[in-house]
Design a protein around this ligand. Structure first.
Ligand code: SF4
Ligand code: SF4
Length: 356
């Protein structure tokens, strides 16, 4: 039977600090300040049986099967119509229940001015081990890391050993690379982990302004080690988040590309500071969009591959499409770094752009 639904509501788990939910992409959560699809709340790392886990999931699925849509999923771009596998299993786990970090980026949604960060949270390993033993998660599951800086999270090494290095899961990790992790290095080498590092600069001075720690040199050093192991260039991407008045200039971007070459990374992601875009209600100046296009063209000339995310939403004409694209881009910004959807959005968005 074909019906409109989403893989994450059927087969996704997202561990927040206080709740267990289906995903972290819900427009109801991200835009309206409501809740994502909740599976268990409050949740503090209790063990989960297949029955209790899928009771709520099945309630959501039943709504979709009747042609409806829970309010938590309204307007979400993840929805698609197809035949769904209703077997109770989980193929995507997101861990975002910790927030501690050894940087303090000015664009971070957890930054110190707004919230207290913590690593003092429940243990996720026993929960994942139990899901594995019950056959709820199987080999090939995607493990997406969110929250704070994973390399300083208390269960990082054990998680990488048991889930990435064992070949059980593919792990997608945003890291600032300030702390070198031998386990992460091995996981990259084995093709079991992909990392994305927002360097946002090509100089110590600009790096420090953005990340608010003096760590440019050590990050470059660590990235060189990670990159030297890369069995395939897709395992590592460097990101340049354009932050108006700080790094929105061609000179800094050129230095960034030089640094990427020095490190040995060929994948570049260019994005716009989401906090800035939200403050302006996404009415970003077209000169900024043109600048990013120039960055992209220049990167291609230098032999880099690029992905370009959120700023394209500014060029769209209709508010509905714009809103929808915004959700997609927010998703990509946070968690889908290696998803080809980014390229599709880019291609579709380009068609709608005004000429610079
Ligand atoms: S909010 Fe979107 S991604 Fe999350 S479960 Fe619903 S449809 Fe899927
Ligand atoms: S490295 Fe990531 S988690 Fe840490 S402050 Fe920067 S954006 Fe936030």
């Amino acid at each position: 039977m074909k019906y409109k639904c989403c893989n994450l509501i059927q087969h996704g788990l997202c561990f927040f600090e206080k709740d267990l939910v289906s995903c972290c992409f819900s427009p109801n959560d991200q835009v309206n300040g409501g809740h994502p699809p909740v599976i268990i709340s409050p949740y503090k790392g209790e063990s989960l049986s297949k029955e209790e886990l899928f009771q709520k999931i099945n309630d959501y699925v039943a709504i979709f099967k009747k042609g409806g849509c829970p309010k938590e999923c309204l307007n979400c771009y993840h929805l698609e119509e197809k035949e769904w596998d209703e077997t109770p299993f989980i193929n995507s786990v997101t861990i975002t229940h910790f927030s501690n970090c050894n940087a303090n980026c000015i664009y971070c949604s957890n930054n110190l001015e707004q919230s207290e960060r913590t690593n003092d949270t429940y243990e996720i390993l026993p929960v994942l081990r139990s899901l594995k033993e019950q056959g709820i998660i199987k080999q090939g599951v995607e493990l997406h890391i969110g929250g704070g800086e994973f390399t300083i999270y208390k269960e990082c090494n054990q998680l990488l050993e048991e889930f990435a290095l064992s070949g059980f899961a593919k792990v997608y990790i945003p890291t600032n690379a300030i702390k070198f992790s031998q386990e992460l290095n091995s996981a990259i080498k084995n093709g079991a982990a992909c990392i994305i590092v927002s360097l946002d600069s090509g100089s110590k001075k600009t790096y420090k302004k953005i990340k608010r720690v003096d760590a440019f040199d050590i990050v470059v050093k660590n990235l060189k080690i990670y990159a030297s192991n890369g069995i395939n260039q897709g395992e590592i991407a460097l990101k340049y988040i354009v932050i108006p008045t700080i790094n929105d200039n061609f000179g800094e971007f050129k230095k960034f590309l030089n640094t990427a070459s020095e490190i040995g990374v060929k994948n570049i992601i260019i994005d716009l500071d989401a906090k800035y875009a939200r403050e302006l209600k996404h009415k970003v100046d077209s000169t900024l969009i043109c600048l990013v296009q120039k960055f992209e063209k220049y990167s291609h000339k230098q032999g880099f591959s690029t992905e370009t995310y959120s700023f394209f939403s500014q060029c769209l004409n209709t508010s509905d499409v714009k809103k929808n694209i915004l959700f997609q881009l927010y998703d990509l910004l946070k968690y889908r770094y290696f998803n080809q959807t980014a390229n599709n959005i880019y291609r579709n968005s380009v068609k709608m752009q005004k000429k610079c």
